[in-house]
Design a protein around this ligand. Sequence first.
Ligand code: DC
Length: 232
Amino acid sequence: MSCQPKKIIIAIDGYSACGKSTFAREIAARLGYIFIDTGAMYRAVTLYGLRHGAIRDDRVDETALVALLPEVNITFAFNPDRGASDVILNGENVETQIRSLEVSDYVSRVSQIAAVRQKLVDMQQRMGEQKGVVMDGRDIGTVVFPNAELKIFMTADPEVRAQRRYAELKAKGQQPSLEEIAANLRERDYADEHRAISPLRQAPDARVLDNSRMSVAQQMDWVMDLIEKLCR
Ligand code: DC
């Protein structure tokens, strides 16, 4: 960056598997900001519910899960191998476990629960108090940081997104099915857009980024140009 802007909050929202986290991580690395993947926080709560019997047999027991919430402590620890932070659930690094299809299958239902959202949004707002953060999720520009200096809404063709998630899981040594991934993404898009609390919405002042046919380098040029203008 040719100019040093005052520290700002960059809010990135959009559909599942649009490359939000890759993009957010890269922006944070360039600016020396903290990157927070809020989807990972909803996934960690889901994993905890699965491990403690509040989620089983295709059912999320909302009362049981809410009762478990005070026991859930989520932090992040920088992993130099990935150049990003891993999610730590009650002291255990669960970065791999939270990406499983089982967690993906339940996480939208968990993220509809008001008490879950309240706990995680409070944590996210505290993490952004000092600014200098890039946060990605579904409600960052609308609910968590409605006054964020830069809001980006990401989208991409559904087939492109399914292929990307497929490649990501394969690279992690999993054996994914493209059809299952595509179905999971369709369900999550629907659930994210139609839930009663904090549904996925484009903030009126968000810039839209459709990256279906863009490389990460092209996306970075686009966003760095915006950031540069913001700090002029
Ligand atoms: O970004 P992701 O796919 O890891 O997110 C997992 C789920 O969490 C997603 O289906 C929607 C939910 N989520 C949310 O409701 N609000 C956020 N800020 C982030 C994620």
